[in-house]
Design a protein around this ligand. Structure first.
Ligand code: NI
Length: 459
């Protein structure tokens, strides 16, 4: 229904509007024509009026000079003929406009120059300010102490802050006074930071971790007293801990361990050897003869105090396999008593002289029997160099090294190798520690040679 009505209406509307449009167009055309005509008429009228006015003014000018000669009048006539008034007038107008244009242009140019000058001055001033501030900054960096009291004030402020936070943040490392450089970087975001001294961690509140373990993003880190993470091998609470380059703790990484053992002492060189072990934080096992322990009770005591392993090597170096049961027991027990008397502690291992043992020795021995995996043959070579080289060439994780601290060359070789083995990453441990680290439970009467992977027997 709507559709039909629209169809019936539309043609009419179209026709009506079409006719009206045409008429409008027609009217527009006519009016524009007439206006053009009138414009034309008006312009021709105005030019006619202008001409008349000019002629009148010429006339008045000539009437003002009525007293002048006929030659003047002739001259004016001639000019009137030669140059039409319109042209002359246009020239004057043109010159006036041109002068006006030139004046405006000159003014504009002057304004532009002024603007440019101002901008140049502004740029120069900005440069000057920049140079001065840079120079001032450079000078202050060249002479960091030039402020004197200023820097000491910073330290005091930091210390004051430390004082207030110690009580509240015991579970967390607190702000330290030791590294002022950290506080000069207040603008940097929180999180991991690094500088020439190492890597540190900045908390959102500006504090940093220090003096202890800290878990960050599921990893363990250890921050030193200055707030830097520790890297590489470190001894923390007596334990060897490995941290990678970024300070991440690697619990899987264990130092290769070797057990240096010294037989037949103590002797005159043993103290020197103990000094070296102490300096290098190394441990060793001493298989002592009862007769020598009797002679050096203080050395035995010192061994004990230093955490060395005290061990039994019989009283006077008898080959046990050639002895009776009673004699074997006497050799072992007598020595144990002497060591106990000197050190206040019992030996924890025994080594039969010459490494000679059998079932009888094993059954009588009330201690684990420890042999060796590297025999330096130092007693035979009497060479510091060969003893040293033998160990350096063969030492590996789990090795048990045989040397004798009663020989000067052996002790010299030991003093050479101990720092070098430590530097190579070896941990120098007692036999007892080595066995424990490798998960071996030492049993009395049982013989042990080596605690590492596979087998090792260096003769
Ligand atoms: Ni021996």
């Amino acid at each position: 229904m709507d559709e039909r009505r629209r169809n019936s209406e539309n043609p009419r509307r179209t026709t009506r509007s079409g006719s009206s449009d045409d008429s409008v167009n027609f009217r527009r055309t006519r009016s524009s024509q007439s206006s053009a005509n009138s414009r034309h008429t008006r312009s021709s009228e105005s030019s006619e009026t202008q001409r008349r006015q000019i002629r009148n003014s010429e006339g008045s000018r000539s009437s003002r000079h009525s007293g002048s000669t006929r030659r003047d009048t002739a001259e004016i006539r001639r000019r009137e003929i030669m140059t039409p008034e319109d042209l002359l007038d246009d020239d004057e107008e043109y010159i006036r406009r041109r002068q006006e244009r030139m004046r405006r242009r000159r003014l504009e140019k002057e304004r532009q120059q002024k603007r440019r000058r101002m901008m140049r001055y502004a740029a120069m001033a900005a440069m000057l300010v920049l140079v001065i501030s840079l120079a001032a900054f450079g000078i202050s960096r060249l002479f960091p102490d030039s402020k004197g009291s200023g820097s000491s004030q910073v330290t005091e402020e930091v210390k004051a802050e430390t004082g207030t936070q110690v009580t509240t943040a015991l579970s967390q490392p607190v702000m330290g006074a030791s590294d002022i450089a950290k506080f000069s970087e207040q603008t940097t975001l929180s999180g991991w930071q690094s500088d020439s001294s190492g890597i540190w961690y900045k908390n959102a509140d500006g504090t940093f971790y220090q003096n202890g373990w800290q878990e960050i993003d599921g990893n363990q880190y250890y921050f030193n007293e200055n707030g830097y993470v520790m890297t590489g091998w470190q001894i923390i609470d007596g334990e060897d801990c490995y941290f990678d380059e970024s300070g991440k703790y690697d619990s899987q990484r264990v130092k290769p361990m070797i057990a240096l053992t010294f037989d037949d002492g103590p002797g005159q060189y043993t103290e020197e050897l103990l000094n070296c072990l102490e300096e290098n934080n190394g441990k060793a096992t001493f298989f002592m003869l009862g007769q020598n322990a009797e002679q050096y009770p203080d050395v035995v005591k010192r061994m004990k105090d230093m955490g060395m392993e005290l061990a039994n090597h019989t009283y006077d170096h008898q080959i046990l396999t050639s002895l009776s049961n009673d004699q074997i027991a006497n050799e072992i027990n007598k020595t144990t008593s002497i060591i106990e008397k000197a050190a206040g502690a019992s030996p924890t291992a025994m080594r039969p002289p010459g490494g000679a043992y059998n079932g009888t020795v094993q059954s009588i021995s009330n201690l684990p029997i420890i042999i060796w995996s590297i025999d330096t043959k130092d007693w035979k070579t009497k060479s510091e160099e060969q003893t040293y080289q033998c160990v350096m060439d063969n030492a590996q994780d789990g090795s048990v090294v045989l040397m004798h601290d009663i020989h000067e060359w052996s002790v010299k070789a030991a003093i050479r190798m101990i720092p070098e083995l430590t530097a190579k990453g070896f941990k120098l441990v007692t036999v007892e520690e080595l066995a424990q680290a490798k998960g071996v439970t030492l049993e009395n009467g049982k013989a042990y040679y080596y605690f590492g992977e596979g087998t090792q027997q260096v003769e």
